[in-house]
Write a protein that binds this ligand. Structure first.
Ligand code: NAP
Length: 341
């Protein structure tokens, strides 16, 4: 028998919440689902990118339980609906500051609100890495894009380039062939990082061509102020030339959105939050899940699993806190070797 829990009223500033979840992607909403079902009345902050990266993906084929595939947006909506059904309170607000120096932990948001929580689950995900070449920032939205699902439609019968050699570049490049007359994938090496199945599909697609061993050094505008070409450099021969294009789609990996806890939690290279295998961070009571801490798998299915793990560990932590002080529970967590090595 399923049980519906009516969410409590609007969150009260200053009240100490049991658990606050930062991030509204697969990891965050799964943590919401689990902590809500554990009667912890979770409060979840979506940030500005509701649904996370998955919501921008045209089609998800490898999330178990959906053999026909489904759109990333639909999957994200289902995650939220299920978390809310059991009582997760969702705030459409962006967390700007986190203070982990005192327990309960404090967060401050872009709407200038302050909240406190006994446990925190960090699931802020990651954002697309930029090429950092001249023209990129100025031409974003005028031909430069990081989201084929959002912008592909504007390139009907046009020629576009895709930068990158991973799963995202190939998957999004294949998707762009629905609109563009030609998609040229520019990769800095002569071997792709992408999975074999995507490589096969891309090689078999008549609309896709590759330029190997080549980097983009500049993105150039035409007279209309929109992208007209990219300047390229072959890293083996040193040859430099301009390549005409109407659009530049950049898929060269992601940077974790961990800036708000920088200096407060131990981090891996590249800004990933260090966790143990159960999602504990270096501060007892603070857990992390999904791409904010995962530089290896980065799948919707793994983020969901990590969200569930972090929630279950938060539940245990909060149960311990019921009749002990934070300092005592902290000692226990340290003694149990639960902090990341
Ligand atoms: P990724 O696997 O890190 O690939 C990034 C690509 O961009 C690499 O080919 C890399 O080149 C290239 N690159 C990095 N920095 C560059 C720069 N400054 N200039 C030019 N090229 C640069 O990132 P991703 O493709 O976004 O995938 C991220 C994760 O999500 C992966 O684990 C992937 O498997 C997963 N994913 C899975 C699916 C799926 O299962 N269908 C779909 C999308 C993503 P090098 O190869 O030379 O390093």
């Amino acid at each position: 028998m399923s049980m519906f829990i009516v969410p409590s009223d609007q969150p009260e500033e200053g009240k100490v919440e049991k658990v606050i979840i930062i991030g509204g992607g697969p990891a965050g909403f799964t943590a919401g689902l689990y902590t809500a079902r554990a009667q912890l009345d979770p409060l979840l902050f979506t940030g500005n990118d509701i649904g996370g990266q998955v919501a921008l993906t045209y089609e998800i084929e490898n999330y178990p339980g959906f053999p026909e595939g489904l759109s990333g947006n639909e999957l994200a909506e289902r995650f939220q609906k299920q978390a809310e059904k059991f009582g997760t309170r969702v705030e459409y607000d962006h967390v700007l500051e986190v203070d982990l120096s005192q327990h309960p932990f404090t967060i401050r948001t872009q709407f200038e609100k302050t909240y406190r929580a006994e446990a925190l689950i960090l699931a802020m995900g990651a954002t697309p890495r930029k090429l950092q070449v001249p023209g990129e920032a100025e031409l974003t939205g005028r031909g430069v894009s990081y989201c084929a699902t959002c912008d592909g439609f504007f390139f009907r019968d046009k020629e576009v380039v895709v930068v990158g050699g991973g799963d995202s570049a190939l998957e999004e490049g294949i998707f762009l062939t629905r609109f563009a007359s030609k998609v040229t994938i520019i990769h800095r090496r002569d071997q792709l990082r992408a999975s074999k199945i995507l490589q096969k599909r891309a090689f078999e697609n008549d609309k896709i061509e590759f330029i190997w061993d080549t980097v983009v050094t500049r993105i150039n505008a035409g007279e209309n102020g929109a992208v007209a070409s990219v300047s390229l450099k072959n890293v083996k021969t040193g040859e430099e030339y301009d390549f005409p294009t109407d659009g530049v789609f950049i898929f060269i990996g992601h940077i974790p959105n961990s800036q708000i806890v920088e200096g407060q939690l131990e981090m891996e290279d590249g800004g990933y939050i260090k966790t143990n295998c159960f999602g504990h961070t270096s501060v007892p009571g603070v857990f992390a899940a999904g791409e904010i801490q995962d530089h290896r798998f980065k799948q919707v299915s793994t983020s969901v699993g990590q969200g569930a793990m972090a929630a279950m560990e938060a539940e245990k932590f909060l149960a311990e806190l019921e009749d002990k002080s934070y300092e005592d529970v902290k000692e226990e967590v340290l003694a149990a070797g639960l902090l990341p090595a």
